[in-house]
Design a protein around this ligand. Structure first.
Ligand SMILES: Cc1cc2nc3c(=O)[nH]c(=O)nc-3n(C[C@H](O)[C@H](O)[C@H](O)COP(=O)(O)O)c2cc1C
Length: 216
């Protein structure tokens, strides 16, 4: 089957399809083009930036997810492949995995597609605090250390954590601008989540960050 035929039409139904999808293969999700205009002025977003630990169950619309991912780690200078966050040596070693009720995906920024990783609701594995399973989306920042050419092995993790932290702050500011709730965390059972996300031996999880609507 040609690849374009496998791309799922994006809609909140796709993002909402929780347990029903667990036994089925996931299709790639072509995201809508991100809206790269508007939002709150930076100083207002900085005033509002905060960590949330409670989320309403409502799903994120596909457009919001697309905007969020672009803000996090999208390509902001087309033709160069350069991104909304810096990375040491431009290694671009961080992949953003997106854990949704229907399954887990990897964000392909240049194609603007979510590539399937694992079917089923893995959200409870994305952290060890009670609220984690309630957030409609959790981003997991995964470093592919094999891309960090020339980095001394003992420095790889520090670079990867720093690069993931820039992405995390983009997420915080986007959420502050959009009235969304978010919180980054290191408190994750990384071996269990890494296994569920089918990570390769050179991939390491830096942080997870949940995104959703504030709990009323
Ligand atoms: C690297 C890092 C790891 C964190 N890990 C967790 C975590 O596992 N669980 C959690 O609830 N908050 C976590 N946080 C959020 C901090 O607790 C939070 O940023 C801090 O309390 C200040 O609150 P604020 O972000 O609202 O200003 C983490 C923050 C950072 C930067």
């Amino acid at each position: 089957m040609p690849r374009h035929a496998r791309l799922a039409a994006v809609g909140s139904l796709v993002l909402l399809a929780a347990s029903t999808a667990s036994a089925q293969a996931l299709a790639p999700i072509r995201l809508p083009a991100a809206r790269t205009e508007g939002g709150k002025p930076l100083m207002q977003a900085l005033k509002l930036r905060a960590t949330a630990r409670a989320f309403a169950p409502d799903a994120l619309p596909a457009q919001t997810l697309a905007d969020l991912l672009w803000a996090a780690w999208g390509v902001n200078r087309p033709g160069t492949g350069l991104r909304t966050a810096p990375s040491a040596h431009n290694w671009q070693e961080i992949d953003v995995y997106v854990v949704l009720p229907a399954g887990a995906y990897r964000y392909d920024a240049s194609a603007n597609v979510l590539e399937p990783v694992a079917a089923g609701d893995l959200r409870a594995l994305a952290g060890q605090q009670e609220f984690v399973k309630d957030a409609p989306a959790t981003l997991v920042f995964v470093a592919a250390t094999g891309r960090m050419k020339g980095a001394p092995p003992e420095e790889r993790q520090a670079y990867a954590w720093a690069d993931a932290a820039f992405i995390s702050q983009n997420v915080y500011l986007f959420c502050a601008s959009e009235g969304l709730a978010t919180g980054v965390r290191a408190y994750v059972d990384k071996p269990a989540l890494g296994k569920a996300l089918k990570l390769a031996p050179d991939q390491i999880i830096a942080f997870a960050q949940s995104v959703g609507y504030p709990k009323k």
